[in-house]
Write a protein that binds this ligand. Sequence first.
Ligand code: SAH
Length: 378
Amino acid sequence: MQTPQPNPAPLVALGDADERVDLFSLTRDQLADHLDAWGVGARHANRVFRHLHALQVPLHEIPSLGRHAHTIAARSYLPRVTLKTSTRADDGTIKLLFALGDGGLVESVLLPMRLERYTLCVSTQVGCAMACSFCATGTLGLKRSLTAGEVVMQVHEARRFVEGLKAAPGDLVSAEEAAAAGARELSHLVFMGMGEPLHTYERTRDALRVLIDPHGRPFSTRKVTVSTVGLVPNMRRFSEDFAGRVQLALSLHAGTDATRERIIPTARRWRLAELRQALLDHPLPGNRALMIEYVVLPGVNDSDEELDGVAAFHKGLRALVNLIPFNPFPAAPFRSPTPEEVARVERGLKARGVPCSVRVTRGQERAGACGQLAISGF
Ligand code: SAH
């Protein structure tokens, strides 16, 4: 596994006009610093930020910015994240394929929830370095992390797509959904697409800061979930930076270190005891709870010993376990559980006092389900 590296700070060397800045990677504070350094004035930051993110207006159309629009345009650029294709599965899940400026490809998945909203499953990397043995993305290796701006743009583009569906539902929504389309909003984000969101932590942090900023078009923090394989130092930074307001999900997937190590390479570095301590230290304001994800791999992590371990791990945590039936992909070294095998794990955990639910598999026939996102082209 690659050791997570801090990103270079997005600030440009001042006066270097060739070093243009990705405008969407900047938090509002960083934008203010840049506007100040460019002679535009930090006082314009809130307005520029709002026009870019909430109103999606091009720079030169921002009122009373005048010649400053040219200065900003000369020093910055917008990341290119272009929607290539959208594919709908029969259950209404829509897989979006995006091309990045350098040709890299990522997938995001729109999950319709009841009749009024969508959840977007966001990707943070092209491929992934974590190499978990049950995950298709892990077989690709890491090509690169998305910039914060690319993550933000991915969300903007997905929202634009959802708004386009309202205007012209076409064959991407069912007749029933088309009738309700006026009410459907993109309101929830789960960082559970391709990549490990805490690997290049600063990028995810900055993207989150932009996406929840009240001066932009903010997502409610309780509607944003970041899922991690368990990179403890960055989990701790995430807990601190967002004071526990953005939801945290941990991919646990085993009740013993031995089994976890067999399926998750990073488990050798961070043991269950350390993961558990990081979760105990994660603040939970209000009625928030942690999510613990558990992919059900029959014959691997569903024995009594594993479930005892999960119960011991869970003890003292305010956490819900979400069971994910393993979704197959070509050459996967595991098989999917039967519904009865999943129900047995669910009963086993409940009997041990662990609250849990089963994640409904979505978009599987279009390879849009958990752990099936993988594109070889780059
Ligand atoms: N890197 C993040 C996000 C991964 S995707 C993380 O590790 O949490 C979201 C969830 O899907 C994770 O819990 C992941 O372990 C799980 N997952 C991966 N491959 C899967 C598969 N083939 N079937 C079911 N769940 C899978």
